[in-house]
Design a protein around this ligand. Structure first.
Ligand code: APR
Ligand code: MG
Ligand code: MG
Length: 196
């Protein structure tokens, strides 16, 4: 287990800790940028009220609801439609940075990944911009992550230079690699360029 990580059971045993659940929704696509660059995958993030990029989801109270039920509730508010999340979509749990010595307010982050059909992703985007109660409030809009690299370091390199909430940037990078959505070479180049 990587540093900062803990098991779901350890996390739930922490009385007084706060919990948040977020999910990366993604789909395969055959569409091409400019009719020639294959997009291959759609990965959804959101521009939050605080100007930071993050994944949809939010605070959950495990004393009142399961992690998955709480995450589904947050998704209904932020995306405007039901996206049922199950334990099969669960990936990992970690401490929110920085780890506080005050365990009563300490935040624990649970991360999920859910694969959808392209059409379902389009429905999510449509609902998030219309029926979602949080639209324009907690959530300024959904964004697709550019997974390709264009000339002059455009695409993924520039995307990674934005500011992200909590550990959302590393959750994104780890998921892109783990799910093989971007090759390790493309990602390594994007990361090098994003540091310049
Ligand atoms: N994406 C989004 N937030 C993350 C992520 C991530 N990948 N990883 C960690 N977080 C942390 C942030 O520190 C965030 O403040 O989880 C916290 C709670 O997540 P939110 O999505 O912001 O919670 P939500 O329930 O949707 O919003 C409720 O939380 O951020 C505060 O005051 C804010 O009114 C808002 C309240
Ligand atoms: Mg919310
Ligand atoms: Mg939220």
């Amino acid at each position: 287990m990587a540093s900062g990580q803990l098991s779901r059971e350890e996390a739930l045993a922490c009385s007084g800790c706060r919990h948040a659940c977020h999910v990366m929704l993604y789909a395969d696509t055959a569409s091409k940028l400019f009719g020639r660059t294959p997009i291959r995958h759609i990965v959804l993030m959101q521009m939050r009220f605080d100007g930071l990029l993050g994944f949809p989801g939010g605070l959950v109270n495990p004393e009142e609801e399961s992690l998955e039920a709480g995450l589904s509730r947050e998704l209904l508010e932020e995306l405007g439609l039901e996206v049922p999340i199950t334990e099969e979509d669960y990936v990992e749990t970690c401490h929110a940075p920085p780890i506080s010595s005050n365990s009563r307010s300490h935040l624990i982050l649970h991360f999920y990944v859910k694969k959808m059909e392209e059409e379902q992703i389009r429905e999510v985007e449509k609902a998030a911009a219309s029926t979602a109660v949080d639209h324009g409030l907690e959530v300024m809009g959904m964004v697709r992550v550019p997974l390709f690299r264009t000339n002059h370091n455009g695409g993924l390199s520039f995307f990674l230079t934005h500011s992200f909430i909590g550990n959302a940037r590393s959750q994104l990078i780890t998921s892109l690699l783990r799910l093989n959505l971007v090759s390790p070479q493309t990602l390594a180049k994007a990361l090098r360029k994003s540091l310049r």
